[in-house]
Design a protein around this ligand. Structure first.
Ligand code: GLU
Length: 304
C-alpha cells in the first residue's frame, strides 16, 4: 500500500474544506493557535511511519488524553472502575451538566468531561505523583521522551473552565469524587494540556492498534483485555455526540480533542493521527474527520 502517496493526495483533497469550522476559543489560550495548520501521520505495524504537512508540530492533545488516563485508571483499580463510570455513548455534548443529574452523578462514559474527571480522581487516589506518571505512561507506550504539559493552556482552563468546575462539584455532591475538587481539576486540565505532535501521537496509539502487547511499570500494568475495552469505547464514544457519524463515515476506533487532534487505529494494522485546529459544531476537527474518511476510502480497508 502506498501510504505516503495516499496522505499526500489527502492533503490536496481537503483543501476545499480549509475554510470550514473554527478553533476552540472557549479556552482563551487555545484561541491563539494558527487555524491553517494540518498534519497527518500513519504508523504501520512492522512497516514504518508516514507523515505529511505539519506532522512534527506540537499541539494540545486535549480530550485525546482521555484514552491514556482511562488506560491508567483501569489498570490501577480493575473492573471496579465501571461502578463509577459507565460505558454508553452519551448522545449529549461532552460537557453536559443535565445528563449527569439525570443519571445521579455516574457519568455515561470515561470520554465525556464528567467521566474523565472521575478518572482523574481515581488516578489521584492511587498514584503518588499522577501528573508525572501520566507523562511517563505516554512516553513508555510511545517510546519517546521529553513530553511536557503546556502550563499556559492548563492555567487558561483553570481560569476559565467554569463548566468543568461545575461538573466536578456536581460529581462531588453525588459522592463520586474522593479528592479535593481543585486538585482533581488541576490534574484533569494538565492531562488535556499535554502537547504532542501527530508523529508522537501515532506512535502512542500503535500500542492500542497492537492490542496484544502488555505494559508494566511501577503500579501500572496494562493487560491486552484492558486495551481491548479501551478500543471498544473509542469506537462507541470517541467523538462526542458524533461517534455514530464517525463510525459511519470513517469506521475506525478513535478519539478526538478540541485542540483539533484525532487519533485512531486500525487494529493489528496501523495507528493514525491527524491535526487540524478548526472544529465543527460538535467539537471535532473538520479536516481531521475529512482526512480520515478519505484515508479509509482510498485504502479500501475497513474493519466492518
Ligand atoms: N479540556 C477540554 C475541556 O475540558 C477538553 C475538551 C475536549 O477536548 O473534548 O473542555
Amino acid at each position: 500500500m502506498d501510504y505516503q502517496g495516499i496522505i499526500e493526495d489527502i492533503i490536496k483533497e481537503i483543501q476545499p474544506f480549509t475554510s470550514h469550522g473554527k478553533v476552540a476559543d472557549y479556552i482563551p489560550e487555545m484561541a491563539k493557535v494558527d487555524p491553517s495548520k494540518f498534519g497527518i501521520t500513519i504508523d504501520v505495524i512492522d512497516e514504518g511511519i508516514y507523515s505529511a504537512g505539519d506532522a512534527r508540530e506540537k499541539f494540545s492533545i486535549q480530550s485525546v488524553s482521555k484514552v491514556f488516563s482511562l488506560t491508567i485508571a483501569h489498570s490501577l483499580v480493575g473492573e471496579s472502575i465501571w461502578e463509577r463510570v459507565k460505558v454508553e455513548p452519551s448522545g449529549s455534548p461532552f460537557n453536559s451538566l443535565v445528563q449527569l443529574e439525570y443519571e445521579n452523578g455516574i457519568p455515561r462514559n470515561p470520554f465525556i468531561n464528567a467521566g474523565a474527571i472521575v478518572i482523574a480522581d481515581i488516578m489521584l487516589s492511587n498514584l503518588p505523583d499522577s501528573k508525572a506518571s501520566f507523562i511517563e505512561f505516554v512516553e513508555q507506550i510511545s517510546g519517546i521522551s521529553g513530553l511536557a504539559y503546556n502550563e499556559n493552556v492548563a492555567k487558561s482552563e483553570m481560569d476559565s473552565g467554569f463548566r468543568n468546575i461545575a461538573l466536578a462539584y456536581f460529581l462531588k455532591s453525588y459522592g463520586n469524587l474522593d479528592n479535593d475538587v481543585m486538585e482533581v481539576l488541576d490534574l484533569y486540565f494538565h492531562m488535556c494540556a499535554l502537547e504532542m505532535t501527530c508523529e508522537e501521537l501515532a506512535k502512542a496509539f500503535l500500542f492500542y492498534a497492537k492490542h496484544g502487547s502488555s505494559i508494566k511499570f511501577d503500579t501500572i500494568k496494562v493487560t491486552p483485555s484492558q486495551v481491548k475495552r479501551t478500543n471498544a469505547l473509542m469506537q462507541t464514544c470517541g467523538f462526542y455526540d458524533e461517534s455514530g457519524e464517525f463510525t459511519f463515515t470513517v469506521g475506525l476506533p478513535g478519539k478526538s480533542g478540541v485542540g483539533g487532534g484525532v487519533a485512531a487505529i486500525y487494529p493489528q494494522r496501523y495507528s493514525v493521527a491527524v491535526w487540524g485546529p478548526k472544529l465543527n459544531k460538535k467539537g471535532n476537527s473538520v479536516l481531521g474527520m475529512k482526512a480520515l474518511e478519505l484515508l479509509t476510502s482510498k485504502s479500501e480497508m475497513s474493519i466492518f
